[in-house]
Ligand binder design. Sequence first.
Ligand code: FDA
Length: 453
Amino acid sequence: MTEITRDVVVIGAGAAGLTAANQLKKAGLSVAVLEARDRVGGRLWTDTIEGAMLEIGGQWVSPDQDALKETIAELGLETFDRYRDGDSVYIGPDGIAHRYTGEMFPVSAETEKTIAEVTARLDAMVAEIDPDRPWAHPQAAQWDTVSWDAWLREQTDDDEAIRNLAFPTGSAMLTKPTHSFSLLQSLLMAASAGSYTNLVDADFILDKRVVGGLQQVPLLLAERLGDDVFLGQPVRTLEYSEGEGVVAVADGVTVRARHAILALAPVLYNRISFVPPLPRLQHQMHQHISMGFVIKVHAVYETPFWREKGLSGTAFSPYELSHEAYDNTNHGDERGTLVGFVSDRTADDLFRLSAEERKERILESLSHYYGPEAKDPVVYYESDWGSEEWTRGAYAASFDLGGLHRYGADLRTPVGPIHFACSDMAGAGYQHVDGAIRMGRLAAQQILDEVHT
Ligand code: FDA
């Protein structure tokens, strides 16, 4: 067992932890980053599968994500636009693929009117929410104790409108059934992207990608830390005391430090033995946070055949197994890649099937949007973050019904020398890489403020 001493031990080499470690190092503090996996990046993972480069985890960058954009620019990385020329596809209750252009998908005039009215109501509510303090809104308790599903059903009885309004924060973002999280949680998700309208706009929220893959962000951040990043080192025990600092015990390294940053998903805190145990509030609070679940499906074809049909690749339907899908072709690649998503209970159901049957069902769903050619990819891969021991779901974690106004304000509060940083506790950039970077910066700043007072 190697024993080392540093000013700060950072637990987790995702975007949050590596950002914090770099900021602290730049300010002259010594750091050690302990990472459970044998790679850095956490939920950012760019890999080559059967010759195809795939973004197994996070990949898109939107125009409001200043912290991520600054980091990408600072690291000298280039971005490219998601392909979006041509018609989008919407499948409604009739099961027919309808082509459309512009923002509004083809529904009846009445449904369109209802969607516009409820969207305006949501935008007005979101405008009143500070994404960094949603619990501070005067109606926070009321909005946090009604489910997203129940609130939508109070607005209208138009089922198609409800499904289309529910899915941007439900299947597409929090990736949980809409009865299981609150209206306030949904408003936070929208506020973190600026508005509900931004969140539903694929051209905004899924705007750009990084040439060569988004995992380069953590890889380059880790490179700057050199030997201070320790891979394959899950932290098992964290001893701490107000005056003495911390001792982080991983499988092969023990780090003594004045401060710790826990830069992992909050659902994994209970994998660490804290000595003494964390306070009552943290014990309670962490039980009210859980991961969403989505399968990210990658299908690579010899050519982007949908483009020849005048399709942009953007497709969605609240009635389909794969509720949304996009052109995800790599920069400069001759082959075409589609990415589709299967969320929450539908994902649970699919994992009860054999791998072969699951693939067949998913490709069948993609063929409803793009035609029969979608059934024959040359490479097929499912990102299954639910089976990853050091993540346990996708995309991120959120509070259950009522948890956000009850505990949200305490989630980032340090416990003695232990600080917390993760995308899953961000305001702006919540559940995104941008939020992870913001939280990494915040935790580093908290420590620098303490050191300098
Ligand atoms: P993250 O979970 O990445 O890092 C935590 C690290 O801690 C991990 O490396 C883990 O191994 C480590 N760890 C855990 N326990 C440990 C222990 N006991 N000891 C040591 N290490 C430990 N975002 C976005 O902006 N655009 C997008 O397009 C997408 N799309 C997307 C798709 C998919 C499939 C996923 C899974 C996620 C996304 N996201 C995304 C979300 C984004 O990837 C995510 O919010 C951030 O990468 C999270 O970064 P963090 O550093 O906060 O946690």
